[in-house]
Design a protein around this ligand. Sequence first.
Ligand SMILES: Nc1ncnc2c1ncn2[C@@H]1O[C@H](COP(=O)(O)OP(=O)(O)OP(=O)(O)O)[C@@H](O)[C@H]1O
Length: 262
Amino acid sequence: MAFIQLRDVTKSFVSPRNGRLSVAVNRFNLDIERGEFFCLLGPSGCGKTTVLGMMAGFESATSGEILLDGKPVRGPSRDRGVVFQGDDSLYPWLNAQENIEFGLRMCGVPAAERRERARTALRLVGLNGQNEKYPSELSGGMKQRIQIARALVNEPKMLLMDEPFGALDAQTRYIMQRELRKIWLATRSTVLFITHDVDEAILLGTRVGVMSAGPGGTLREVVDIDLKGERDRTDPQYSKYFNVVYSIIRDEVAKAAQGVAA
Ligand SMILES: Nc1ncnc2c1ncn2[C@@H]1O[C@H](COP(=O)(O)OP(=O)(O)OP(=O)(O)O)[C@@H](O)[C@H]1O
C-alpha cells in the first residue's frame, strides 16, 4: 500500500459571485511512496494548489479520499509540514532559532531538545551560525530557508511545498534548489512540490506529474526521473527528461490558452 493515496479526488467550489458550482480538480488519482520527491506541474488554474490544500487538510475533497499512511486525511496536522511561496509568516520579534523552535514550544517539547532540534534544522538548511538573527536582518532566500527549517523541525511524515522559491531572484532560486536537493538526499523526506518550472521539477523530482489544463484538471501523465545524486543541467540525461516533460506541459498550456480564447 502506497504511503500517500489519492483516490478519485474531486473538488468543487461554489462561486461567491453567482452561486454556481465549478470543478477545480476532477477525479485525481495518485500514489506517492515513502521517501519520494514528487513534483506536480500544470498550467495555471489546473488545480495544483487545490490538490496540495486537500493533502494539507486545509480543504476537504468533495468526493474521493486521501490516505496518509493508511489513514484518511481529515484536517491539518503536524505530520504534514507546509511551505508556501514567499511565506512571510516568521514572527518578527523572534530570532531565527526561536522562530524554528516556536511550534515545538507550543507542543511542550523541553527546552534542551528544542534547541538541539532547531540547530540541526538550521544546519540542514545551510544557516549554521545565523540562529540569533531576526527576520528583518535576513534576505528573502534566508527567510525561505527558515520556513523550510520550521517545517523540518517537526519531523513531519510529509513536506508539502507550493512554489516555495517562486518569489526569489534567479540566483537565489538556483542556490535554494541545490540546497533542497541536498536536504532531501540527507533526509529522504516524502515531498510533494508544486512548481511551474520544468527545470526545477527535473532538478528536484524523483517523479514529475503533469496535470491537464483546468478548470477541473486531473493528473495526465507521470514521468520517472532516474538521475542519481546532485543533478546537473549539463548532463545529457537532464536534457532528455526536460524535453519529455516540456512537450507534455506545452500541450496542456496550449489547451489552457485555447480554453481562455474560446
Ligand atoms: N476557494 C476557492 N473558491 C472558488 N474557486 C476556487 C477556490 N480556490 C481555487 N479555486 C478555483 O479552482 C481552480 C484551481 O485553482 P488552483 O489555485 O488550485 O490552481 P493552480 O493550478 O494552483 O493555479 P496557479 O498555477 O495559477 O497557482 C481555479 O479555477 C480557481 O479559480
